[in-house]
Design a protein around this ligand. Sequence first.
Ligand SMILES: CC(=O)N[C@H]1[C@@H](OP(=O)(O)OP(=O)(O)OC[C@H]2O[C@@H](n3ccc(=O)[nH]c3=O)[C@H](O)[C@@H]2O)O[C@H](CO)[C@@H](O)[C@@H]1O
Ligand SMILES: C=C(OP(=O)(O)O)C(=O)O
Length: 419
Amino acid sequence: MEKLIVKGGNKINGSVKVSGAKNAALPILCATILAEGEYYLSNIPKLRDISTMLGMLDVLGITSRQVQNDVTVLNVENRDFYTAPYELVKLMRAGVLMLGPLLAKRKKARISLPGGCAIGERPVDLHIKALTQMGADVEIKHGYIEAECDGLKGADINFDIVTVTGTENIIMAAALAEGVTVIKNAAREPEVIDLINFLNKMGADIKGAGSSTITVRGVKVLKPCSYSVMTDRIEAGTFLCALAAVGGELTLKNAPVKHMGVMLDKLKEIGLNIDIKEDCIRASANERPSSADVSTQPYPGFPTDMQAQFMACMTVASGISVITENIFENRFMHVAEMKRMGADITLKNRSAVVKGVDKLTGAHVMASDLRASAGLFIAAMLAEGESHIHRVYHLDRGYDGFDRKMAELGISVERVADE
Ligand SMILES: CC(=O)N[C@H]1[C@@H](OP(=O)(O)OP(=O)(O)OC[C@H]2O[C@@H](n3ccc(=O)[nH]c3=O)[C@H](O)[C@@H]2O)O[C@H](CO)[C@@H](O)[C@@H]1O
Ligand SMILES: C=C(OP(=O)(O)O)C(=O)O
């Protein structure tokens, strides 16, 4: 295991290139199951969830190799493998994204049921209900989702809750199903749009990307293609939050600006100066951030994946902020750790009331999940003295070279072995 030692007190100064989006790359990698042949995918981020996903695809007979540093070539054969084992799914919930494509293409899927995790129970009942409506037989046995079908059929799916991976699973399943599938209350996240663009490039017929009604007309065959994955709005937002917290100047290259609306508005509200030219954001902060309330919502609302980072910034704001988490029932594990660094936070049901303090102090803290780790990193950048962030493997799951990029921006950070 490794930990990060961060010395607080430095400002951000420099420029950073935003990497490919984890949450777009993962479903796109799963979608390759849908057609045999060779795919050329660029802008796939280098992070642990991606290597786990490539390992899972390998188990299914799909090999990958890296060419020219930025292109991942996948070679897909339609083999008789259909199991995503516990050892891999336990490392990353996105393994469930194999359910739809495996059923559609191989007519059978056996996926380890993802367990509960630090941010909540995260059931997959809506994925299963929708696939059953499309004609699949699904059972839970020995901790696995076991599903099979003679061929999926189009259906009218109405999700009770907006679910991102649920929407993605059904879109992939429907792409090769017989007839038309209409998904109502679909997720509108940019990563869902990226998946649809990829599938349409493979020859799928999907309309309504970015709206809450998506119509998929099943086609008989899809073909492989080359594709460049969108850049990561959460990574971009994390760097901007860090800047708003500690001050300084930052140029973000390759930022997915058009998908960052609410985030950028919030960051302006707390005092960040932002200048945008195409996909380049120049931002600066000279003063302590102002306080602001946020309430997480499905896209286009404020993302739950930015809540911990925003909270870190608010720990030193001039005033009181109320941060409400509406998506996951338990996504406040970072609160106790931030309090250990001197933050003044009170939890009331789904909200955290954060009273800005003059300074945080460095401490040993434990990362509980991916975005909590980023939030704790920002808190450590703000703190007086040294902080040790343990269980940094959570950070590595979802950020491409986070500590390296922060070091390039002038932040004092060291990665060392942890006992
Ligand atoms: C790999 C990926 O893209 N992960 C993202 C995806 O996760 P993920 O797709 O798992 O999150 P969902 O959008 O499905 O979850 C939204 C809510 O619906 C609930 N729910 C979901 C499915 C279901 O069958 N039953 C059910 O009750 C969940 O417990 C949660 O409370 O969207 C989340 C919400 O934007 C993000 O935080 C994650 O980063
Ligand atoms: C919660 C996240 O990811 P996952 O759904 O893969 O756990 C995240 O990206 O913040």
